[in-house]
Design a protein around this ligand. Structure first.
Ligand code: SAM
Ligand code: DTB
Ligand code: SF4
Length: 364
């Protein structure tokens, strides 16, 4: 762990990002082989356990209640429904289930208790369990850890600078605090971001500086390409090219050598050849299943065909870290504290977010 560099500057990262493509790919592939088996790819299945109606204003997100998108909102799923979906995912070769909820932050109470039960249930199926539920306190992270959570996903999404142009309802520091709370437990950290939101290359580098400076670095880093969804403030942004994705994946691999780099949103737009190049450049995880949270994802049979063609194998659950134990609620050391944490709400104005909200009113 000690020879991992945490003190990258934006300039150093940009120098890597802008290298001639063949040199960049070669360097990334070399780092990749030193730390990972290049033929193993971790497969996660996303499950939206609570969809839509979110109070936040994330400019990219179809689940924000204030924008006029036509996703179908849903209340929290039941535990048996989640179990059935997890079994399906396992049968299709997935080693991890990642449960997403359109929440700003977790609140102690019945719904969180239900999520804890989902975590216990999936862990008992011998699958890695990940949650992405918004901001959490240290006590909530401890309770998730006790239930048997393997990973918590909370993205920085972009650089601290550009973040102010994307979200006004929470601050970058809140995101870092949640990641810090997860780090106080034995749950692994999954944190990455989105490219193609109109940010500068400096912002991509800035996000990598922030992620790489975490000690330890996140165990997994999802790289999403923006999926522009009608009704969101970013609906008209043009999709990024595969070349930008490749550069981002390769640079992430070089600055975070031990991390699992995950191809996340945007894979429907990538050819098999493009994805193969990403695997060569150090991507070693994907989100599988015909849906991400609300938008389409490649068919799982297509993914398995591609794996076969490339001689890739889905990584077994708990190949990187041993399975956590699931402690029953009755034996829990961490009782709910009913805290009211002071997550910030900067409240600055983001013109395009305001406009998208206005469109909703006009459409009614
Ligand atoms: N509400 C929780 C939160 O924000 O942390 C969890 C769910 S949220 C949808 C998880 C992540 O999905 C976001 O941080 C963002 O990186 C990604 N995401 C959401 N909408 C996206 C889009 N249209 N394109 C690409 N990535 C997106
Ligand atoms: C992550 O970085 N990407 C996933 C997962 N973590 C939760 C979500 C992508 C969502 C894409 C838009 C949607 O389907 O709603
Ligand atoms: Fe809500 Fe998460 Fe979407 Fe932001 S990204 S609007 S917090 S669901």
């Amino acid at each position: 762990m000690s020879d991992i560099k945490h003190t990258w500057t934006k300039e150093e990262i940009l120098e890597i990002y802008n290298k001639p493509m063949m040199e960049l790919l070669y360097e990334a592939a070399t780092v990749h082989r030193k730390f990972h088996d290049p033929n193993q790819v971790q497969v996660s299945t996303l499950l939206s356990i609570k969809t839509g109606g979110c109070p936040e204003d994330c400019g990219y997100c179809p689940q924000a209640a204030r924008y006029h998108t036509d996703i179908e909102g849903n209340d929290l799923m039941t535990v048996p429904h989640v179990k059935a979906q997890a079994l399906r995912a396992k049968a299709s070769g997935s080693s991890r289930v990642c449960m997403g909820a359109a929440w700003r932050n977790v609140k102690d109470g019945e719904e969180f208790d239900q999520v804890l039960e989902m975590v216990r249930t999936i862990n008992k199926l011998d699958m890695e369990v990940c949650c992405t539920l918004g901001m959490i306190t240290e006590n909530q992270a401890q309770r998730l850890a006790e239930a048997g959570l393997y990973a918590y996903n909370h993205n920085l999404d972009t650089s601290e600078d550009y973040y102010k142009d994307v979200i006004s309802t929470r601050a970058y520091k809140d995101r870092l605090d949640t990641i810090g709370n997860v780090r106080k437990t034995n749950v692994t950290v999954c944190s990455g971001g989105i490219i193609g939101m109109g940010e500068k290359l400096e912002d991509r580098a800035g996000m990598l500086v922030a992620l790489a400076s975490l000690s330890p670095q996140p165990e997994s880093v999802p790289i999403n390409a923006l999926v522009p969804v009608e009704g969101t403030p970013m609906e008209e942004i043009e999709r990024i090219s595969i070349w930008e994705m490749l550069r981002m994946v390769a640079t992430t691999r070089i600055v975070m050598p031990q991390t699992q780099v995950r191809l996340s949103a945007g894979r429907t737009e990538m050819s098999h050849e493009g994805q193969a190049m990403c695997f060569f450049a150090g991507a070693n995880s994907i989100f599988a299943g015909d849906k991400l949270l609300t938008t389409p994802n490649p068919d799982v049979n297509e993914d398995m065909k591609l794996f076969k063609l490339l001689g890739l194998e889905p990584q077994k659950a708990f190949a990187k870290k041993e399975q956590p134990e699931s402690i029953d609620e009755a034996d829990s050391k961490f009782k709910p504290l009913g805290e009211k944490p002071r997550w910030t709400r900067p409240g600055h104005k983001i013109e395009r977010n305001e406009e998208a909200k206005g469109k909703k009113a006009a459409a009614k």
